[in-house]
Design a protein around this ligand. Structure first.
Ligand SMILES: Cc1ncc(COP(=O)(O)O)c(C=O)c1O
Length: 447
């Protein structure tokens, strides 16, 4: 084991005396052996306060598509900071960013900006309900749409509460939610077009929007099965439902046209976050002009003190220019690197008899750790994932990887960035080999 974490542990103890629970986003507590404190990052390398260096595949939960602290972005932010960070008014920059989005994404006829994708989801759902005059939103089990009362309904219900497979529950994992909100959601299982058709039929004339992650990345990594996205589009067209693609993770990762360009569909509204700002708080709602009518005429409220602040816009403009400059080569370089990493991890798994299976498109993939005795083969939906993924065993391997200087996401996801190179992947696999050996020697299933 090459990495130890005593300074992070000290800072975490100190943090708990001022910051509630010691972290500023609940999920960060999952990092074992202790939530880490970082000093700086550069490209795909990240350095913590104990002097440990990591090849980073967490990449700011996917926001850092361009790597840590890219120089051009730092220059763009610094130049804007000297002119002003926030005017709560208009700037030419906001038009420049909006025009880039229009050119890159076919369905982006109009845009609005916010500071987080959680907010953009709320705007999209409000707009869809106002546009259709209907009360219900259909979402898929396992899909994550931010941490609000609306975004988390039916996200990852425990097996004893997830309900009949034809009627998945719409429970919310948090206390304190407005009691009526979960009841305004219809939950469907992912990757089952017939089941989706049935859910829509049961609520005929009541559904305002279908919201989904085009490639499910928040519980496993599950591309849509053939016919899935087509079924969503068809149902939306036939029933007058607003199709909302939540591209917070996939946006710009899958190319200038996002996952919708990569997979070949056009939603009515799209949620963009993470890579659109490359690590600054910036997010956007884009879509067909008709969808924005009620925002344009003021019947739907959309607001925010820090919306379209020039500091974040300067960063976003720089980010979008990187993607535009890559042209058609993006995302294929990242896919190739990711596939190399997935193959290397698969070989290590075989060599050390560890039942871990990488699944995804390379540029984002998930390591499913199979529970003893479960079937092999692709994981297709949240229930399948929850039944087959051995979370405690993955957590042990993830910790071994971290201690050897390879940082994946706690729940099993890996992101490739534009700053990773083939040499970085080779080095990550060399480090991973030590981690797999240690995991195989040390792992003991809980009694
Ligand atoms: C698909 C998806 N939608 C929405 C969000 C919420 O984004 P934010 O945390 O920026 O509010 C996330 C965050 O991970 C996400 O993955």
């Amino acid at each position: 084991m090459s990495h130890t974490f005593s300074k992070s542990a000290e800072l975490f103890s100190r943090a708990q005396r001022s910051i509630a629970g010691g972290v500023n986003s609940g999920i960060r507590k999952m990092e074992a052996p202790v939530p880490l404190y970082f000093d700086h990052g550069n490209g795909c390398r990240l350095f913590d306060v104990d002097g440990n260096e990591y090849i980073d595949f967490q990449t700011g939960q996917g926001a850092l598509l361009y790597g840590h602290a890219p120089e051009g972005m730092a220059d763009a932010i610094a130049a804007q900071a000297r002119k002003g960070t926030h005017w709560a008014a208009q700037s030419e920059l906001e038009i420049e960013v909006a025009e880039r989005l229009q050119k890159m994404i076919p369905g982006a006829e109009r845009v609005r900006f916010n500071n987080s994708a959680t907010e953009v989801v709320l705007s999209a759902l409000r707009l869809a309900r106002a546009h259709t005059g209907r009360p219900l939103i259909l979402k898929f089990e396992g899909h994550y749409h931010g941490w609000s009362d609306e975004g988390l309904v039916g996200y990852a219900p425990p097996p004893d509460k997830w309900g009949d497979e034809n009627n998945p529950t719409h429970i919310h994992p948090s206390q304190g939610v407005i009691p009526e909100v979960p009841g305004t959601f219809v939950v469907a299982r992912w990757n089952d077009p017939d089941h989706l058709r049935q859910r829509v039929k049961e609520h005929h004339g009541q559904i305002a929007a279908i919201i989904f992650e085009p490639v499910l990345c928040n519980t496993g990594c599950m591309p849509p099965v053939p016919g899935m996205i087509g079924a969503i589009r068809e149902l939306c067209d036939a029933e007058g439902i607003v199709m909302i693609a939540d591209e917070t993770i996939t946006g710009f990762r899958f190319g200038a046209g996002c996952a919708q360009g990569f997979l070949g569909f056009t939603p009515d509204l799209t949620i963009l976050g993470k890579a659109v700002g490359g690590g600054v708080p910036f997010a956007a709602l884009v879509g067909k002009e008709a969808m924005f009518e009620k925002i344009i005429n003021g019947q739907v409220v959309h607001a925010g003190t820090l919306n379209a602040n020039p500091l974040c816009l300067a960063a976003a403009k720089w980010c979008l220019d990187q993607v535009i400059a890559l042209g058609d080569s993006h995302p294929f370089g990242m896919i190739e690197l990711g596939e190399k990493l997935m193959s290397g991890l698969t070989l290590l798994a075989e060599e050390h008899d560890v039942p871990v299976v990488p699944q995804g498109f390379g540029l984002v993939f998930h390591c499913t750790m199979l529970k003893p005795g479960v079937e092999e083969g692709p994981v297709l939906d949240y229930r399948d994932y929850a039944q087959r993924h051995d979370a405690p065993r993955w957590a042990h391997l993830r910790r071994c990887l971290l201690e050897e200087g390879v940082r994946a996401i706690e729940r099993g996801l890996w992101f490739i960035s534009l700053s990773h190179t083939e040499a970085d992947i080779d080095e990550a696999l060399q480090r991973a080999a030590k981690a797999f050996a240690r995991h195989a020697a040390e792992w003991k299933p809980p009694c």
